[in-house]
Design a protein around this ligand. Structure first.
Ligand code: GLY
Length: 307
């Protein structure tokens, strides 16, 4: 079996000056996952280690450095899924944990449930030994104050202005992280982690923790989505990719088709990464940028800002 892994740092528009750091961070994270797979490790360990590296890098909107909600604190979402047995675990609305993806994995491995949310997820994390950690960075706090001070301009009176604003300023929401991999046994896994969108309503849950929407792994495909989650939720995008491949499409055809439909239906500002059971990685996006990195077989890691 050909091993492969692909990861993204969020669809959107990266500010000049931060783009090189974003690509470098992806390169380092994928090298971490590659070392696990090349050593005979499992896809689930590789995608989790890759996402942990991205959660710990404050330039991405996941874990430390995640964006703040309307009230000024983080609500973190994450999901991990493994093709073997369709095992899946997710958390949403976690406030004070360093690595939500690892809590999601514990949900998968240590509970009878698929998703824990809010106070329950936080309580579970503490019981599992995850210490208190404030993911808010001074940069994100300053950004939040700035946006709150420009509320009329940013949001106006109606929610649809938020949607229009996000479409006109995709750099505002980007930065979700995700990884998809296939290991030497042919098992696939995907992991996705995010802070959601800036100034989101308290309690808003996006696509990232929802299996089949922002994150999915089947026997043929593992995939992770990024961008405005409401569009990904409506499209069940990662599951749609898997279904197309099961129906005979190539992975590239499937990803292009799903992305095209999201464009036609919603003019959605989204991006997708995926890998199939033959070790083919694919990345596509409708935003200007989507920093990503990948490798396949014994090839070197390739990292870049856009396709
Ligand atoms: N795609 C991340 C979110 O909308 O929450």
């Amino acid at each position: 079996m050909t091993i492969a892994l692909i990861a993204h740092g969020g669809a959107g528009k990266w500010r000049p000056g931060s783009d090189e750091d974003a690509v470098r961070g992806l390169q380092v994270a994928v090298e971490t996952g590659r070392a696990i797979l090349a050593g005979g490790g499992r896809a689930i360990d590789a995608v989790c280690a890759t996402v942990v590296a991205l959660e710990d890098n404050p330039i991405y909107n996941a874990g430390t450095g995640a964006v703040l909600n309307f009230d000024g604190y983080c609500e973190l979402d994450a999901c991990v899924m493994e093709s073997a047995g369709a095992r899946v675990g997710a958390v949403s609305g976690l406030q004070r944990v360093r690595n939500p993806i690892l809590v999601a994995r514990r949900v998968m491995e240590d509970t009878d449930h698929v998703m824990l949310t809010g106070d329950g997820a936080q309580r579970f994390a503490r019981v599992m030994g995850f210490p208190d950690h404030d993911p808010v960075t001074p940069e994100r706090r300053a950004d939040w104050f700035d946006k709150r001070n420009r509320m009329d301009e940013v949001l106006g009176e109606h929610a649809h202005k938020m949607r229009r604003f996000l479409k006109e300023h995709p750099e505002y929401a980007g930065g979700t992280v995700g990884a998809a991999a296939v290991d030497a046994s042919g098992v696939l896994a995907a992991a996705t982690s995010t802070g959601g969108v800036t100034l989101k309503m308290v309690g808003r849950v996006g696509d990232s923790p929802v299996p089949g929407a922002g994150n999915y792994a089947s026997a043929r495909v593992a995939a992770s989505a990024t961008g405005t989650g409401e569009f990904v939720l409506r499209s069940l995008a990662t599951r749609a990719i898997s279904e197309r491949v099961e129906n005979g499409a190539s992975l590239a055809q499937a990803v292009a088709d799903v992305l095209g439909r999201m464009g036609e239906d919603f003019d959605a500002d989204v991006g997708l990464i995926a890998v199939d059971d033959r070790g083919v990685p694919v990345a596509m996006h409708r935003t200007r940028d989507m920093p990503h990195a990948y490798f396949t077989g014994d090839g070197a890691v390739v990292s870049r800002m856009r396709v």
